[in-house]
Ligand binder design. Structure first.
Ligand code: ATP
Length: 237
């Protein structure tokens, strides 16, 4: 098994405030790595640091063996790291189609845009039906599908997905997790941050629990003892 993403002793935060304390985890190629943890544990901060959106103050991030420490976000994208952020962050005034084309902007994936868009429309027929619709008028679930679709247009080697189920109705959450399970089955390397632990565990090859900026549990998905996970999840600092 090869390692797509290797995070070692990572420290990062915001200005003088440190949030991540020596975080180490790996994401194997073609597998789904799930990161769970309570509010404020540092999950989003970890994804931001991996992407180079905030400076790393210690440790290292490697993608397919190449160190990204000190790299700009653009270099991370060029190396195949894609982040699908919390809150979708689609372009509300642009059409569905144009939002997808924004995902095809990085040089490395321009040539394959037609094939990639066909693949996205195949995965999300609702986006195909709404391709000319202004993205700001999509439902929450459709907007999340668009955010995932735009990420897939970037031909990710490692796809970081932050809280895709946030704020969605249960039936829509089912649909999003069905898509994630399909992407997992197709062998996409996924790093998924989720607060919906029970659903996330169903598609997890590996699970990491974060608390207060630290990884406090790392286990293969099938080995996770839910009682122990919950005890650690809700423990007081
Ligand atoms: P949630 O599940 O609620 O999204 P999280 O695990 O993703 O939580 P983060 O959003 O990474 O947690 O936040 C970790 C800590 O960093 C929190 O204490 C938060 O207040 C702080 N933080 C997040 N963003 C900033 C920022 N831009 N400036 C300063 N502090 C921040």
């Amino acid at each position: 098994m090869t390692t797509a993403l290797d995070v070692q002793s990572l420290r990062a935060g915001y200005g003088a405030i440190n949030v991540l304390w020596d975080v180490s985890l790996t994401a194997p190629t073609g597998k789904t790595t799930v990161i769970v943890g309570p509010n404020g544990a540092g999950k989003t901060t970890l994804l931001r640091a991996i992407m180079g959106l905030i400076p790393i103050t210690g440790g290292d991030v490697r993608v397919n063996g190449r160190s990204l420490t000190g790299a700009r976000t653009w270099d991370s994208v060029a190396d195949g790291l894609v982040m699908i952020p919390e809150g979708r962050m689609i372009f509300p005034d642009m059409s569905v189609d144009d939002n997808l084309m924004m995902g095809a902007f990085p040089r490395a994936c321009r040539a394959g845009w037609k094939r990639n868009k066909a693949m996205v429309f195949d995965l999300f027929p609702r986006l195909a039906e709404r391709r000319d619709q202004i993205a700001g008028t999509l439902s929450g679930g459709e907007a999340q599908m668009l955010a995932i679709g735009r990420g897939l247009m970037e031909q990710p080697r490692v796809c970081l997905i932050d809280e895709p189920s946030l704020g969605l109705a249960p039936v829509v959450v089912d649909e999003i997790f069905r898509i994630l399970a399909k992407l997992r089955a197709e062998g996409l390397t996924i790093v998924l941050v989720e607060q919906n632990t029970s659903r996330a565990l169903k598609i997890a090859d590996h699970v990491h629990l974060m608390r207060s900026g630290r990884v406090v549990l790392s286990e293969p998905g099938e080995a996770v003892d839910l009682e122990r996970l919950h005890a650690l999840y809700f423990a007081h600092d």
